[in-house]
Design a binder for this molecule. Structure first.
Ligand code: DX5
Ligand code: ZN
Length: 207
C-alpha cells in the first residue's frame, strides 16, 4: 500500500504571506501543495497539485504545466472533450487527474481510468474552504478504491473538502491515499502538528 500524502490547500493560507505560508507547510512535512485555481500562481519547491475549477480548461493547462505543475486535475463538466484534455495534460509531461463533485456520477471513470494518474473526489461542493465534509461521499470513495485496485494501475485517490483530524480515519479507511486539507492545516497555529495528526490518523486507519 502506498504512503499517505497530505496536501495543504493554499486557499486557506494567508495570501498576504503566501511565500512564508508555503515555506512553513513544507517545513511542517507536507507532501504536496494543493493549488486551487478559481481564476491564478506561485511556484514552491514541492510537487504542485493543481486543481482547476475553471471553464473551459484547455487554454490554461499549458500555462500551468509551464509554471511547474506536477499534477493537473479538472472537472469533466468543464471540458468539451474530456479525452482530449487528458491527452493534452499527459502530452505536457504532467500527471492527469479528474475531479468529481459530490453529485457527479462515477461513470465518468468508465472510459478515462486508463489515462488517469489521480482521481480527486470532492467531499464538499467546490468554491471555498472551511465547509463541512459530506458523509455520503464515503461510499463513493470505497467504490473508486475498488475500481482503482481492479485496474491494477498506480492511481492516487485524493479527497478534497472538509478533511480534518476528526474524520481523517474514516476517509483513509474508505480508501483515500491523498488528503487535501485547507482549514485543518492553516487555521491551527502549528502546521507541523496539524499535518502529523492527519497523517497519523490516516495511517492508523489503513492498517
Ligand atoms: C474547495 C477547494 C478545496 C478547499 C479545501 O473548493 O477545492 O481545496 O481549499 O479546504 P478545506 O480543507 O478547508 O475544506
Ligand atoms: Zn481543491
Amino acid at each position: 500500500m502506498s504512503a499517505i500524502r497530505i496536501a495543504p490547500s493554499l486557499l486557506s493560507a494567508d495570501f498576504a504571506r503566501l511565500g512564508d505560508e508555503v515555506t512553513s507547510v513544507i517545513a511542517a512535512c507536507a507532501d504536496l501543495i494543493h493549488f486551487d485555481v478559481m481564476d491564478n500562481h506561485y511556484v514552491p519547491n514541492l510537487p504542485i497539485d493543481v486543481h482547476l475549477m475553471v471553464k473551459p480548461v484547455d487554454a490554461l493547462i499549458p500555462l500551468f504545466a509551464q509554471a511547474g505543475a506536477a499534477i493537473i486535475s479538472f472537472h469533466p463538466e468543464a471540458s468539451e472533450h474530456v479525452d482530449r484534455t487528458l491527452q493534452l495534460i499527459r502530452s505536457l509531461g504532467v500527471k492527469a487527474g479528474l475531479v468529481l463533485n459530490p453529485a457527479t456520477p462515477l461513470h465518468w471513470l468508465d472510459h478515462t481510468l486508463e489515462q488517469l494518474d489521480l482521481v480527486l473526489l470532492m467531499s464538499v461542493n467546490p468554491g471555498f474552504g472551511g465547509q463541512a465534509f459530506i458523509d455520503h461521499v464515503l461510499p463513493k470513495i470505497e467504490a473508486v478504491r475498488r475500481r482503482i485496485d481492479a485496474s491494477g494501475r498506480d492511481i492516487w485517490l485524493e479527497v478534497d473538502g472538509g478533511v480534518n483530524a476528526g474524520n481523517v480515519r474514516r476517509v483513509a479507511a474508505a480508501g483515500a491515499d491523498t488528503l487535501v486539507a485547507g482549514s485543518a492545516v492553516f487555521s491551527g497555529g502549528d502546521y507541523r502538528r496539524s499535518i502529523a495528526a492527519l497523517r497519523d490518523g490516516a495511517e492508523v486507519a489503513r492498517r
